[in-house]
Each structure stands twice: as structure tokens, then as C-alpha cells.
Design a protein around this ligand. Structure first.
Ligand SMILES: Cc1cc2nc3c(=O)[nH]c(=O)nc-3n(C[C@H](O)[C@H](O)[C@H](O)COP(=O)(O)O)c2cc1C
Length: 344
């Protein structure tokens, strides 16, 4: 079954949830255009989640998706935190930041019963998860109002696990994808494969609809994924220049430059591997390193550096998330981009 029938939408395109670079405006525009808009909730407080859900339900009658991370929070480890701060010390000095002023904190909270309670009052039609699924009782709670539960798989084994544990559809996230890898059964990056290799294997392994994600950036790419048997596509990077996204000016400029041709997976920013444009931090520390604390505890130590660099207009330091194919980024309204992606 294709995602138009499955979710009750018109076009085979889901706008990928992208924490940090969008809020409800992008989701509303895509849903109203006939695709499915997504609200990334991993970095929202309960209060801001409520406000965003109010904005969505006031501005669209169409199906939409809310997205959460469902990692197990790591316990703070003072020795690792100290090691990480020591690695960052030269950068703090360079930007005139007092290391003692740098706050600890996690930055990204996993899906919880508090979230589920709030969602129950809005009854979103689709809830998606990254890094596996929450506890079975929470999955059941979300399904209790009829929501469809979808989640990212980065390997065939993860797709099978998600189907066995209640996912109604699976997002096959190829290695090209921007942002965090959704991997959750293994942290071995050698298990990760590209979209063209992953999609047919996942399709053979599960019965639920499979949505292709990673590197899809134009109508030809959408058609190719559908021809391989995908029920629909989830597209992230291509939406980053839309006026409804909150992508910073630095990030927008980099996406329109040659820099967008070179991305890497890095765990330096949050502690989990995620794809962004190759930058100075990755070059000097190694994109994959054992220095940062476990996800999501690495985030807070970098925040003041990111802010200071951005203030100076320097793009060599802030993380500029992007997938391997930024060629579909257009400075056009999200509705138009959605229609272009779905054009035959
Ligand atoms: C800037 C950015 C932020 C992202 N944040 C999230 C997120 O919060 N939750 C999530 O499930 N996926 C997130 N992703 C991954 C997307 O869901 C999706 O897998 C990816 O965008 C597809 O590949 P593409 O970027 O090549 O289109 C993010 C991707 C990008 C580019």
C-alpha cells in the first residue's frame, strides 16, 4: 500500500522531521500542500510542544507527523565530561569563553509518558520515532487514539525488529541521510548501507509499508525509490532552504556553496553519529572520536562555541547538518518544493 492510502494524504512525500532547523511552519506548509509535514519534538519542552501542536491543529486539517527520539538517556560521567572539556579547552580559549561558565545538560529528551499524555489531547495521526521505539506501554498508548507509529531502520535487522515491536510502517534510512543515524541495535557503523542497497532488502524482509529516506532530492529520485517498491519517501535536506525552515543564514549560505558536497558522519556534536558538512572541528578532532561523552551529553559543552562562532559569522565551527545530496535545496516555498518532488 502506498503512503497516500496509508496516511490519507495526496502526495508520496513526507517532509523529514529536522530538530533544530524547523518548527510547525514547515510542517503546516507541507501538509497543506498534500504531503505530510513533520514536527521534530526532540528539542522541545512540554510547553513549546503544546504551542506547536496548537499552531498545527489551527492551521491544517490534513494529516501530520510528530517525531521523537527514544534513546535511553546516558548517565553523566564526570571523568568523560572532564576529558571532553580538556579537548575543547583550546577552542574555548580561542573564542574567549570561560570554561567554568559552560553549563552541563542533555539538550535532547527521549519520548516519555508526559509527552504521551500531552499528545493524547491532540491525537496526532502519525507519530514517528528515531533510535528504535519507546517502551511497549508507550507505543500502545500512542496507538490508543488511532495514531500510526513509524520509525527509522538503518539495517535489515532493525527493520525486522521494528515490525515485530509494533511499527505500522518503516522508514529505511540510507547512509546518505542528513542528521542523526537512526541506528539502535548496534553502534557499529560498518553495518550502515546506502538507500539503494537498504531499500530492496528491507522491502523483502518486512510486510509493512516501507518509506525510503536518504539522498532523495528531486522528482527523479522520488520516482526511483517508488520504482524499487517504496511506499513513499521522506525528504529532509532539500527542505533546508525553504523560507518556512528556521535554518540559519550561515547554514543556508553553506548549503548553496561547494561545502555542501562534502559531508561526514560525526559523533562530536551530540555523542551519536550524525551527518553534517565537514568542518574544522571534524578535521582537527577526527569526525568520529572517543572523546565526546555519550549521547546526548556531548551537546552542551559545544553550545557556547557554536554561538560564539555564529556571532562572528564564522562557518568553520557550527554544525551544518546536511545529507550527501544537497542538490535539491531550493529557496522556494515548501508547498512548491513538495509538489515538485512529487511531480511525474
Ligand atoms: C538537519 C536535519 C535534522 C534532522 N533531525 C531529525 C530528527 O529530529 N528526527 C528524525 O527522526 N530525523 C532527523 N533527521 C533525519 C531525517 O529524518 C531523514 O532521515 C533524512 O533527512 C533523510 O535524508 P536527506 O536529508 O538526504 O533527505 C534530520 C535530518 C537533517 C538533515
Amino acid at each position: 500500500m502506498n503512503i497516500q492510502e496509508f496516511f490519507g494524504i495526496e502526495l508520496p512525500v513526507i517532509q523529514a522531521p529536522m530538530a533544530g532547523v524547523q518548527a510547525s511552519a514547515l510542517a503546516i506548509a507541507v501538509s497543506n500542500a498534500g504531503g505530510m509535514g513533520s514536527l521534530p519534538c526532540a528539542m522541545l519542552t512540554i510547553e513549546s510542544l503544546r504551542a506547536e501542536l496548537q499552531a498545527i491543529t489551527a492551521q491544517t486539517q490534513r494529516p501530520y507527523n510528530v517525531n521523537f527520539f527514544c534513546h535511553t538517556p546516558s548517565a553523566p560521567d564526570a571523568a568523560r565530561e572532564a576529558k571532553w572539556r580538556a579537548v575543547l579547552a583550546p577552542y574555548y580559549a580561542e573564542f574567549g569563553i570561560d570554561p567554568a561558565s559552560v553549563q552541563a545538560g542533555s539538550g535532547r529528551a527521549p519520548f516519555s509518558s508526559e509527552h504521551a499524555e500531552l499528545l493524547a489531547t491532540f491525537r496526532p495521526p502519525v507519530v514517528s520515532f528515531h533510535f528504535g521505539l519507546p517502551a511497549p506501554a508507550l507505543v500502545q498508548r500512542v496507538k490508543s487514539w488511532g495514531a500510526k507509529v513509524i520509525a527509522s531502520a538503518t539495517t535489515v535487522a532493525e527493520a525486522r525488529w521494528l515490525e515485530a515491536n509494533g511499527a505500522d510502517a518503516i522508514i529505511a534510512q540510507g547512509l546518505e541521510a542528513g542528521g542523526h543515524r537512526g541506528l539502535f541495535l548496534s553502534d557499529d557503523l560498518t553495518t550502515q548501507v546506502g538507500t539503494l542497497a537498504l531499500l530492496p532488502q528491507v522491502l523483502r524482509a518486512v510486510r509493512v509499508p516501507v518509506i525510503a529516506a536518504g539522498g532523495i532530492a528531486d522528482a527523479q529520485g522520488v520516482k526511483a525509490a517508488l520504482a524499487l517498491g517504496a511506499a513513499g519517501v521522506q525528504v529532509g535536506t532539500s527542505y533546508l532552504l525553504c523560507p518556512e525552515a528556521t535554518t540559519t543564514a550561515l547554514h543556508r549560505a553553506a548549503l548553496q556553496s561547494d561545502r555542501a558536497e562534502h559531508t561526514a558522519l560525526t559523533n562530536l556534536i551530540t555523542g551519536r553519529p550524525a551527518r553534517g558538512m565537514y568542518n574544522r572541528l571534524m578535521r582537527e578532532l577526527g569526525a568520529l572520536s572517543d572523546a565526546p561523552p555519550a549521547f546526548p551529553l556531548a551537546t552542551s559543552a559545544l553550545m557556547p562555541l557554536k554561538a560564539a562562532a555564529e556571532k562572528l559569522g564564522r562557518d568553520d565551527f557550527p554544525t551544518l547538518w546536511a545529507g550527501q545530496n544537497a542538490s535539491g535545496c531550493r529557496e522556494i516555498p515548501a508547498a512548491e518544493l513538495t509538489r515538485q518532488l512529487a511531480s511525474t
